[in-house]
Design a protein around this ligand. Structure first.
Ligand SMILES: *[C@@H]1O[C@H](CO)[C@@H](O)[C@H](O)[C@H]1NC(C)=O
Ligand SMILES: *[C@@H]1O[C@H](CO)[C@@H](O)[C@H](O)[C@H]1NC(C)=O
Length: 396
């Protein structure tokens, strides 16, 4: 008597899907085979933000609560973020999606080609055509990577050291356990696409993240956002004239989280490496970073408990030196209050300085930026906060 039960189940799932017509991320039951958790730790936005698709965890906004119940110990976070980035770049390369790193990642790349030690997320962008491809063909796909695919072996694992306090020991055991699991079973990554990706309006502010690449073992993820071409407003003086010299004109681009970019700042993309992983980076990276985080983000060698060691080229936990404290105090004193919002986009620098310490950078042939352009005009630039630390508000 199997059939009736099955029919009943079918009817039930049908009912259930009718009841949840509102777009929500794939629910906990549907990822049961993928997650090691028995309960969902996603924050419930049903009432406050019913139209929001992705749900972050209750304990930290950079973790997916369907796959994690706690933050990772900081000693192992960079390890899992690296694997996340490697698997993402690798998959996108294989399926032919053009993608590039942005925001805090780009800043880390600029300094030493590595993830900033205080960062807990990875940000990337894609163009409209790529996002449509992901949405049409790759939504909810699971990508399995073995330890070998991820380029790690037992040799790479740190030798266990015995930490002092009980708290350290617990974190240490968790770190070892998670890393052993990668060696044993590899990792499974889930690509989930927000159905709101087709809504390019910046008023859709709870759905500014178009897709996520999620580590199903740790709940860490990569935020994927689409860059759109802003519609050109008709010339009020002469609406009938076709816009002259389109070739020379800059194209305004934007993302749903209200960042505005010039086409020249992003394209043509350059090739480089980040965490020894082949990546693409936007063309005028320095002007982008200065715009988003302020010029000081490229010169300050102390930030939020970390100092940049010029010999090892690493950010390490450190007190500011006398010189650094003085610089910070001077800047604080000079700060205009309240800080005015930048009104105009600064001109992109066509020629970035060659002083970069991170491997070779090769410009790529320009590509088209995708078609099907519509949406609201992007208003603001970033908020100038530098750099985005853990616990910083998400853009979602
Ligand atoms: C992706 O799949 C999820 C789960 O089925 C669904 O909620 C979502 O709408 C899908 N996204 C797209 C772009 O179709
Ligand atoms: C996009 O989202 C906004 C905000 O939720 C909504 O007002 C608008 O109608 C949506 N546009 C489309 C085309 O769905």
């Amino acid at each position: 008597m199997k059939l009736p039960t099955e029919l009943l189940l079918l009817a039930l799932t049908h009912l259930a899907s009718c009841a949840t017509l509102r777009p929500r991320s794939a629910n906990f039951a549907s990822v049961r085979g993928l997650t090691s958790l028995s309960t969902d730790h996603s924050s419930n936005n049903d009432v406050l933000r019913p139209e929001k698709y992705f749900h972050e965890s209750t304990f930290h906004s950079h973790y997916d609560g369907r796959f994690a119940e706690a933050q990772l110990p900081p000693q192992t976070r960079a390890f899992h973020l690296r694997l996340l980035l490697r698997s993402y770049m690798d998959t996108m390369d294989i399926i032919g999606i053009r993608t590039w790193i942005m925001h805090g990642c780009l800043l880390g790349w600029w300094w030493n080609g590595k993830i900033l030690p205080w960062d807990s997320d990875v940000d990337v962008m894609v163009d409209e055509r790529s996002m449509a491809e992901l949405g049409n063909w790759w939504n909810m796909t699971v990508h399995h990577y073995t330890a070998k695919d991820l380029g790690i072996s037992a040799k790479d694992m740190e030798k266990p050291k015995i930490p002092h306090s009980v708290e350290d020991q617990k974190a240490h055991l968790r770190k070892l356990y998670l890393e052993k699991e990668v060696l044993r079973k590899g990792k499974k990554y889930l690509l989930e696409v927000n159905p709101h990706y087709t809504n390019t309006s910046t008023t859709d502010r709870h759905n500014v993240i178009d897709a996520r690449w999620i580590d199903t073992a740790t709940g860490l993820y990569i935020d994927i956002t689409t860059i759109h071409v802003a519609p050109t407003p008709p010339d009020p003086r002469d609406p009938s004239s076709p816009s002259s010299n389109v070739e020379d004109e800059d194209i305004l681009m934007f993302t749903k989280d209200q960042h505005a970019y010039s086409h020249y700042q992003i394209f043509p993309l350059r090739r480089s490496t980040f965490e020894s992983i082949p990546v693409r980076i936007p063309y005028a990276y320095e002007s982008l970073l200065a715009e988003e985080y302020g010029l000081e983000s490229l010169t300050d060698t102390w930030y939020n408990g970390y100092g940049f060691d010029p010999d090892t080229h690493e950010w390490v936990i450190a007190e500011p030196t006398e010189q650094q404290s003085k610089e910070l105090a001077d800047r604080e004193a000079m700060k205009p209050k309240p800080k005015p919002k930048p009104k105009e986009r600064p001109k992109p620098e066509p020629k970035p300085s060659p002083k970069l310490a991170t491997g070779t950078v090769v410009a790529e042939a320009p590509h088209s930026t995708g078609e099907g352009v519509h949406g609201d005009k992007a208003g603001q630039l970033g908020d100038g906060r530098w750099p985005p630390g853990p616990g910083a508000t998400t853009k979602a």
